[in-house]
Design a protein around this ligand. Structure first.
Ligand code: IMP
Ligand code: MG
Length: 184
């Protein structure tokens, strides 16, 4: 497959305005819950960086939110879960006694997210909650707690708004999916 976006027929699953409105709502909710707590938002690389940037700018300044990132490998090439996630890049600050909010682009089977949460929880944060832009409940194989959720989506492979296929298409402004010839 070559990443020539002009030759791919895509449909919008979630448009940019819809996403922006939902992120603003999440930001308000999180701002109320974390007021004055100086939480650490932990973005899961790479997919969450677009969501993180937009979410952070919807958080009230009195919250005192700080940001760090962590990378966990879950998928290699293609779209099948390897089911053996591993930490590729760790946080740059200790999180013991911090209020940690994990910011993730999408939860699919839940394996990588579950592993990440157990690693973070073993470090003794004051609290550990999760904020996930997209959830595919029909794909879930392990239970993971989602405290703030943007959207539930059907079982479709999505691209854009930070999400990739083999590292391509992260810059699409909407959450999109491929139109199969039989659907067109
Ligand atoms: P899980 O361990 O199956 O929950 O894997 C979640 C990870 O797989 C996410 O953080 C994404 O990086 C990736 N992923 C799952 N579904 C999609 C998708 O539809 N598009 C792009 N990446 C996805
Ligand atoms: Mg991810």
């Amino acid at each position: 497959m070559t990443p020539e976006s002009g030759t791919i027929n895509r449909r919008v699953l979630l448009g940019r305005e819809n996403i922006a409105n939902r992120i603003a709502e999440l930001g308000q909710e999180i701002s109320i819950d974390y007021k004055g707590k100086k939480p650490l938002f932990v973005g899961v690389l790479k997919g969450s960086f677009v969501f993180m940037a937009d979410l952070l700018r919807e958080i009230d300044q009195e919250v005192g939110a700080q940001v760090d990132f962590m990378a966990v490998s879950s998928y290699g090439r293609g779209t099948e879960s390897s089911r053996q996630p591993k930490i590729e890049h760790d946080l740059s600050v200790p999180i013991n006694s911090r209020h940690v909010l994990v910011v993730e682009d999408i939860v699919d089977t839940g394996y990588s997210f579950k592993t990440l949460l157990s690693i973070l929880s073993s470090r003794g944060p004051a609290s550990l909650k999760t904020c996930v832009l997209l959830s595919k409940p029909s794909r879930r194989e392990v239970d993971v707690p989602i405290d703030y959720r943007g959207f539930e989506i059907p079982n479709k492979w999505v691209e854009g708004f930070g999400l990739d296929t083999d590292e391509d298409f992260r810059g699409l402004k909407d959450v999109m999916y491929r139109e199969l010839p039989s659907e067109g």
